[in-house]
Design a protein. Structure first.
Length: 429
């Protein structure tokens, strides 16, 4: 029985192994994240330590990711990914040993988490850049969506398993499971045969990073992605960080409410991920992204104004689906528009935008919410998102049509101008 379009990437054994390995490792990472948060909060009695550790893990995404993107286009991607994953496994093993010796002091744990975050940030552009090498070009949207699905599934399964494992064996077991989970990724990466990168001779890392920015600036389709991704990261994405606050301050139910809203958002994202391949094949990734961008502000308003937590769960299910369609779509467009030799650097630019603007948006919206309330803050953010999307379309008319593979854009241009030959839509930097 043939697989549906959304699951078509699983026909490729290399992709199926890679997806499964990443899923196992993702579960382990979420288990460690939960265990670390509980450990430092318990040891210090201060919730601020949990925030500090979280920042230590996330901050490298906005800095080391650019270096990782440059390395992904210079060093064989299989070797680079094996190196960064092995480093993460060794750091998780160190954390396990410290916990077993009752020496996992919060400051030391924070340093280890930061180092692991750096290794992850160095490897993540490579992870994204190699996906198009594992599946046919027409299956790239589905492959990206399934990658997002496994991340969201891990976000639901990992914390649930963490509670069980910590109850049975303490923090040491949770850290050990994470260390072992990296073996699944290593086993999936080791047999891969990937094309060798072709770096520019004599180009420094700094020059390589700069050329990545120049490429994005010179490609009108990628510029459109950067604009929409920036709006999404600053105005929409912070809803994820504010879920616990909504559960407690709006509905007065922190524990069950947070679990319900996080699960609903995750399920919405997974459902969309399973549909995205088929939708992209039928309508094109450009239309899917534009529909997601149009629906997201309205869904955020519905979530912000929900009268009960049940209505909020239903609304955040839709928010999760629309947000996934946008984010996965942005990354898919970037994958398809970037040539192999630039793919790592192009993906690292997306990573920089999300890694910088998401925490800024979360901090700013959190501060504003303390003054005017969460409902008003989320509603205004949604309105600004809608205005930003409309503004970009007015300021750059036609840019939306460039959010797709170059060959698709050429066909659209030819359809609009039947007497003119199709031409590549790239501009000089």
């Amino acid at each position: 029985m043939p697989l549906p379009r959304s699951l078509a990437p699983f026909r490729q054994r290399a992709y199926a192994r890679f997806w499964a390995g990443a899923f196992v490792s993702n579960i382990g990472t979420w288990m460690e994240t939960v265990a670390v948060g509980i450990l430092v909060t318990t040891e210090t009695g201060q919730a601020s330590w949990a925030g500090l550790v979280s920042a230590a893990a996330f901050f490298p995404a906005a800095t080391a990711g650019l270096v990782g993107g440059a390395l992904a286009d210079r060093i064989p991607r299989r070797r680079l990914l094996l190196t960064t994953v092995s480093a993460q496994m060794l750091l998780a093993g160190l954390l396990t040993a410290l916990a077993a010796m009752d020496a996992a002091h919060p400051a030391v744990v924070t340093v280890i988490v930061f180092a692991a975050g750096c290794a992850s940030a160095l490897g993540f552009p490579t992870y994204q850049a190699l996906l198009p090498d594992l599946v046919p070009r027409e299956d790239v949207p589905a492959a990206m969506a399934l990658g997002s699905a496994q991340w969201n599934l891990g976000r639901v399964v990992g914390p649930a398993l963490a509670g069980v494992v910590i109850a049975l064996g303490g923090y040491t077991w949770a850290f050990a499971v994470n260390a072992l989970s990296f073996l699944a990724v290593i086993a999936a990466i080791a047999p891969l045969a990937l094309p060798a990168p072709t770096p520019k001779v004599g180009e420094s890392i700094r020059g390589s990073i700069a050329s990545g920015f120049r490429y994005v600036r010179g490609d009108p389709g990628l510029r459109a992605v950067v604009g929409y991704l920036s709006l999404n990261s600053l105005l929409a994405a912070p809803f994820i960080a504010l879920v616990p606050a909504v559960a407690l301050k709006v509905f007065g139910d922190e524990d069950f409410g947070t679990s319900l809203l996080v699960t609903a958002q995750g399920v919405g994202a997974v459902v969309m991920a399973l549909m995205l391949g088929g939708l992209s094949h039928r309508f094109g990734i450009r239309r899917v992204v534009l529909v997601g961008l149009s629906a997201l502000p309205a869904l955020l308003v519905a979530y912000a104004l929900a009268p009960t937590i049940g209505f909020a769960a239903a609304a955040i299910f839709g928010v999760g689906a629309a947000y996934l369609a946008c984010l996965s779509g942005f990354n898919t467009v970037a994958q398809l528009r970037a040539p192999t030799e630039m793919r790592g650097r192009v993906m690292s630019v997306n990573m920089l935008i999300l890694g910088t603007l998401y925490p800024i948006g979360a901090i700013v919206q959190g501060r504003i919410a303390d003054s005017v309330g969460l409902r008003a803050t989320t509603t205004v953010a949604a309105a600004l998102l809608a205005l930003g999307v409309v503004g970009q379309r007015l300021l750059r008319p036609g840019s939306d049509r460039l959010m797709g593979p170059p060959e698709t854009v050429e066909l659209l241009s030819a359809a609009d101008q039947p007497d003119a030959p199709a031409s590549h839509d790239r501009e000089d930097p």
